[in-house]
Write a protein that binds this ligand. Structure first.
Ligand SMILES: [Zn+2]
Length: 334
């Protein structure tokens, strides 16, 4: 058999695991409405994502509590693998598509309300550790059995290091929503890249990151780099205007930007395309597939039931053709 024949064989990958996604197929996770959640999850499933966490942007805590309660029921039913609160604890200077009016410090009362509403299904909370009570908040989140993620932050290198010491284990979309890497002020990027306890998320849509800044984490943090979509409801339907939380977003030419200010506002990416983009940028196929499956599954603590194919364990494998397009998505539940 020639090498060209070998290379066209279909590939079987563990089902993709998206640890940062807001919606898709015209529907958003934000309200927690069952129809919307099911629609968005089904859309991403067609693109190979068999486990995902529903990510919520900043909203009033009372609204988030309502959404979290609804999503927790859907997590119990297995529609989503958990809930990710990306807000309301970002830093004002790097809040991206989070309503600056609604940002707040991660005080114990808010955290307990949200964690309580999640009833064990809050998979991850993103916060800026420099906010008042930030390090205590990291400990509180981790003690509750959730992942503390560092993101949308202006924290310096040392503060991020202390947050990792306190138990933070994920970098929310590394590079985006934080100061850039600088040789005298290394900032969050260096602190998160160099610590072996941290998994770094990358939004690999060809817009959020230059291909070199995609290759850098794969080289510096092999086995700790996760591909995420940060996809919003417009993923699938395409160009037009949609809401992300309460903020208006325009989607044009594959870019989602706030109507006010023009900040990038999530993506219209799917994980299969993130994998293809990574391979096109020079990442080996196996590393790219792991970054979309095994690595995020382990980061979320669900590696026993997702992210791998092994004898005796449940699996939702994805069949990919030679161009890494999804051919079929199999299900553990039949
Ligand atoms: Zn996001």
């Amino acid at each position: 058999m020639s090498t060209s024949e070998t290379s066209v064989a279909p590939r079987l990958s563990p089902g993709f695991v998206d640890m940062h996604v807001h919606g898709g197929g015209g529907a958003s996770f934000q309200s927690g409405a069952a129809d919307d959640v099911t629609t968005a999850a089904a859309f991403h499933r067609r693109h190979g994502t068999t486990s995902l966490v529903a990510s919520l942007v900043t909203a009033p805590v009372a609204d988030l509590v309502t959404s979290v309660r609804r999503l927790a029921e859907l997590a119990t039913d297995g529609v989503v693998a958990g809930i990710h609160l990306e807000g309301p604890f970002p830093a004002g200077d790097f809040c991206g598509a989070h309503d600056p009016e609604l940002l707040r410090d991660p005080d114990p009362e808010s955290l307990d309300l949200l964690l309580g509403a999640g009833a064990g299904h809050i998979a991850m909370i993103t916060l800026a550790p420099e906010r008042a009570g930030g390090l205590d908040a990291v400990r509180r989140v981790v003690d509750a059995g959730s992942v503390a993620a560092i993101g949308h932050t202006a924290a310096d290198y040392d503060t991020v290091g202390r947050a990792v010491e306190a138990g933070a284990t994920v970098a929310t979309h590394l590079f985006n929503g934080m100061p850039s890497l600088h040789h005298r002020t290394p900032g969050p990027v260096a602190a998160l890249l160099e610590d072996e306890r941290v998994v770094v998320e990358l939004i690999n849509d060809g817009i959020h990151l230059h291909p070199a800044m995609l290759r850098l984490p794969f080289a510096a943090a092999p086995g700790r780099t996760a591909l995420v979509t940060d996809a919003i409801s417009a993923t699938g339907p395409g160009d037009g205007e949609v809401l992300l939380g309460e903020l208006r977003v325009t989607v044009r030419d594959g870019q989602a930007r706030l109507v006010d200010g023009g900040s990038l506002a999530g993506s219209v990416l799917t994980l299969d395309r993130a994998v293809r983009n990574a391979v096109a940028a020079g990442v080996p196929v196996l590393a790219a597939l792991r970054a979309a499956s095994t690595v995020p599954a382990d980061a979320l603590g669900i590696g026993d039931r997702a992210g791998r194919i092994r004898v005796g364990a449940p699996a939702d494998p994805v069949v990919l053709d030679e161009r890494l397009e999804v051919v079929d998505v199999l299900s553990a539940s039949g």
